[in-house]
Design a binder for this molecule. Structure first.
Ligand code: DNO
Length: 356
């Protein structure tokens, strides 16, 4: 496995040199907001970012922000030009050394939380979700609240251009059910996977966060059965999953170690986001520190499952709390995520030595 750290390019207040100082971190997972969903990722612009990262001794083998245009998800006639652009972006980033593209097929919203700064017992703060807080809230109000509480930082999945057409898009989704969405998904994968195979790219789909539909909009990436359908949409080593433990695990019926073993044994995991959450009730949780006892997951069992399948893909810690007075992009400060890297690497070292 390769341990990495998410970095937001030039808009990230965390210097690359600091990331380099985290022990056992081989590279970054890039999140760049230079290009809108549907646009071609310019090779020269991307290449200069890669060179910048490489110059401090870190790799750029995973990218997380080549977003799928909403017209593709909705299956509109206009989708083909965006699919073609996606193929060009795949080629461009692959030629700069990228091996995995993390993406999602979630309609309208990417991840969704109801509080970006829940204060915890120890004075740290974190992202949290309580379904009760969504009651009586329209999607538009949720967007306003989220952006208002983002401290001026851009948030992945909450790009203004993606959300400005909210009303139109929500109207169209009224006629799209799960099977139609899956059909649109198949169309997209069938079109792009040959390009991925040609350039040695793995697509790794991020699960729905939280792991159920919100506001009645269909979502199709949050149960093992749905993940199975997705890997079968196109049978290819390039069609893989991003196992995000905090997202999938928000539904306690999802057995994370079992899911990791099931798909990992078949080489269907291209990437993993590993974090812990603490349940406070039904559909009510916060993102805790990574340590098992700080949350509700057994992180040792999760890492053991990755170890058992000889996982040789990319892992990153996910969503740290804000600690030690840090102020930054919700979920993406330096300190708590760096602690996450160290903790996960510690478990991995123990697993390696115990299994010699
Ligand atoms: C949330 C992230 C997601 C993920 C995207 C990939 O913090 O894990 O935004 O990167 O869903 O498209």
């Amino acid at each position: 496995m390769k341990m990495t750290f998410r970095w937001y390019g030039d808009s990230d207040p965390i210097p690359l040199e600091y990331i380099k100082q985290i022990p056992g971190c081989s590279g970054i997972m890039v999140m760049m907001d230079n290009f809108e969903a549907g646009e071609v990722w310019d090779k020269d612009v991307f290449k200069s970012l890669v060179e910048k990262v490489n110059s401090v001794g870190l790799e750029v083998e995973v990218i997380e922000s080549i977003n799928v245009h909403e017209d593709i998800k909705m299956g509109l006639d206009t989708r083909d030009k965006y699919v073609e652009n996606y193929k060009k972006s795949i080629k461009n980033v692959a030629e700069c050394g990228v091996k995995v593209i993390v993406y999602n097929f979630m309609p309208v919203f990417d991840w969704l939380k109801t509080d970006l700064g829940k204060v915890l017992f120890d004075g740290s703060n974190t992202l949290s979700y309580d379904e009760k807080d969504l009651e009586g809230l329209t999607p538009q109000q949720l967007v306003e609240n989220t952006l208002k509480n983002a401290n001026g930082f851009s948030l992945p999945g909450w790009e203004p251009e993606r959300l400005q057409e909210l009303n139109r898009v929500l109207e169209i989704y009224k006629d799209i059910d799960e099977s139609k969405l899956l059909e649109n998904y198949k169309y997209f994968l069938e079109a792009i996977i040959p390009t991925c195979e040609k350039y040695g790219i793995k697509m790794a789909v991020h699960p729905d966060d939280p792991a159920w539909p919100v506001f009645g909009i269909p979502r199709i990436t949050h149960t093992p059965e749905q993940l199975e359908k997705i890997v079968n949409l196109v049978d290819s080593p390039s069609n893989t999953l991003c196992i995000c433990t905090g997202s999938l695990g928000s539904n306690p019926n999802n057995n994370l170690p079992e899911i990791i073993r099931e798909f990992g044994q078949r080489d269907k995991i291209g990437c993993a986001h590993v974090r812990n959450i603490k349940f406070l009730g039904d559909r009510n949780f916060y993102e805790s520190a990574h340590l098992s006892s700080a949350g509700s997951f057994d992180m040792f069992e999760i890492m053991k499952a990755f170890h058992d399948i000889d996982f040789d893909g990319y892992i990153r810690p996910d969503h740290g709390r804000m600690i030690w007075g840090e102020k930054g992009r919700a979920g993406y400060g330096l300190y708590d995520r760096a602690l996450g890297v160290t903790y996960l690497n510690g478990i991995w070292e123990a697993l390696e030595k115990l299994n010699k």
